[in-house]
Design a protein around this ligand. Structure first.
Ligand code: LLP
Length: 443
């Protein structure tokens, strides 16, 4: 059994996270429950900040809030000295409500609306990562209306294909994101950005994909971006003070996943930057990165209660839990794999092979195929590991299932950071038009 961060099995044979017995957490907060090992989140954040500090270069580690964006997480990110990457008005609003310093917020996205741009301008965010020509013109126009000058990075696709799932790789030419370097679009974007009076061009941004286990892709991206920066300086006389290499650093979900230590990714990026830019006598830029999954992914555990089971002799035994694709759509969406333990009997021998099903009306709603557990009974607690990233963030109300609560566990204390959705929340935005109202029953 692989245990992440502060997780351990206590004397009672129960899983413990952040010093909290999860059997107690289930009683107090109910299930399904997302449990975040706060200490592990902080440790991961510090690994990035520390690794960059050691290089002596200027840097920003921007937490990619899309992975898990709630106000308490924004507070932790701020306390750990990170910046924040947001991609929508909702993420921006969450950050601002949490009091996150606006000047450390970077706004991403391939289709920012005029309203989102207005909102971000009014808040005074640190930087817009501009994705396309429409946005370039729109941002300049809105900034002009407000008499503001805004910092921008241009998102470029360096033509590097990360070895990852198709839906989560973005650095290749055929992508909905960014300006392509290879076909000259990125160069045109730089020309246009330099010509817009309200825009201050800080540099370029590249994100090659997600859940990456090698440094080669990042090195190649640096090479492309450096060559491009040098070309821009030669032809247009502009020097970039910032280079952003995005996120995508992998984590261990299951046996066989072999992520590199954070410091290895950071060193590969910073070494490549130093080599490439120094060779061209180019002033060393400030380096920004945007880890999401690798900050929160392995710190999250989802706790479920086992309900029914269905044994098909000679075929398979299905065991159903009280959540599923509504709180974790990743297995259904990407075929993602997870490990899990029976949290209330974690020491017992693994004598049964089961497949874990969710409770949605959909055959594809399976969380784990072929998992070894002790003989499972209704009422047992199942803990699925590594659900901190892109789980709560991608949760839905399919079948009108209420989204679970989230707790932060640390030093034996568990604090509720997101309440479980209520039935009132479920119908909260529903309206019944006059013509559909039930007539009052005459008494
Ligand atoms: N920066 C940019 C511009 C991004 O697009 C992303 C992720 C990140 C940073 C953070 O990447 P990370 O460090 O978390 O890998 N829903 C998918 C992942 C989509 C990633 C989207 N962009 C999943 O569940 O695997």
């Amino acid at each position: 059994m692989y245990l992440h961060g502060t997780s351990r099995i206590n004397d009672k044979g129960h899983l413990e996270i952040g010093g909290c017995d999860v059997v107690d957490l289930a009683k107090e907060f109910g299930t399904p429950l997302y449990i975040v090992d706060e200490e592990l989140v902080r440790r991961r954040a510090r690994e990035y900040v520390q690794a960059f500090r050691e290089t002596g270069l200027r840097f920003q580690v921007a937490y990619a809030s899309k992975a898990f964006c709630v106000m308490a997480m924004c507070r932790v990110a701020e306390e750990e000295g990170m910046s924040l990457d947001v991609v929508s008005d909702g993420e921006l609003y969450t950050a601002l409500q949490a009091g996150f310093p606006a000047e450390r917020i970077h706004f991403h996205g391939n289709n920012k609306t005029p309203e989102e741009i207005e909102m971000a301008l009014a808040a005074g965010i640190g930087c817009f990562v501009v994705d396309n020509f429409t946005e370039l013109a729109l941002l300049n126009a809105i900034a002009a209306e407000h008499g503001k000058k805004v910092n921008v990075l241009l998102r470029v696709t360096p033509g590097v294909e990360a070895h990852t799932h198709d839906y989560i790789s973005t650095g290749q030419q055929d992508s909905k994101f960014g300006f392509d370097i290879g076909n000259g679009t990125a160069y045109k974007a730089v020309e246009q950005a330099l010509a817009q009076p309200q825009l201050k061009l800080l540099g370029v941004h590249s994100h090659i994909g997600s859940q990456i286990f090698e440094v080669e892709g990042f090195r190649m991206a640096v090479e492309k971006v450096a060559a491009f920066s040098i070309e821009v300086r030669e032809k247009l006389g502009a020097t970039f003070p910032v280079i952003n290499l995005g996120g995508g650093f992998g984590i261990r979900y299951v046996e066989g996943d072999a992520p590199l230590p954070v410091s290895t990714y950071v060193k590969a990026i910073t070494d490549a930057i130093i080599t490439q830019f120094t060779a061209a006598d180019y002033p060393l830029p400030e380096i920004w990165v945007e880890p999401g999954r690798s900050i929160v992914g392995d710190a999250g555990t989802t706790l479920y209660t086992v309900g029914t089971s269905k044994d098909i002799p000679g075929v398979r035994k299905y065991v159903a839990v009280d959540g599923g694709m509504t709180d974790n759509p990743r297995p259904a969406l990407y075929g993602s794999k997870y490990e899990a333990v029976l949290a209330n009997r974690a020491n017992e021998s693994l004598s049964e092979l089961v497949s874990v099903a969710g409770k949605c009306c959909e055959s594809g709603d399976m969380l784990i195929w072929d998992l070894k557990l002790p003989p499972v009974e209704s009422g047992d607690l199942l803990a699925v590991f590594c659900t901190g990233a892109y789980n709560y963030a991608m949760a839905s109300n399919y079948n009108r299932i209420r989204r679970p609560a989230v707790v932060f566990a640390r030093d034996g204390q568990a604090d509720l950071v997101v309440a479980r959705e209520s039935y009132e929340n479920i119908v909260g935005n529903d309206l019944i038009p006059e013509r559909l109202r039930k007539p009052a029953v005459a008494k």
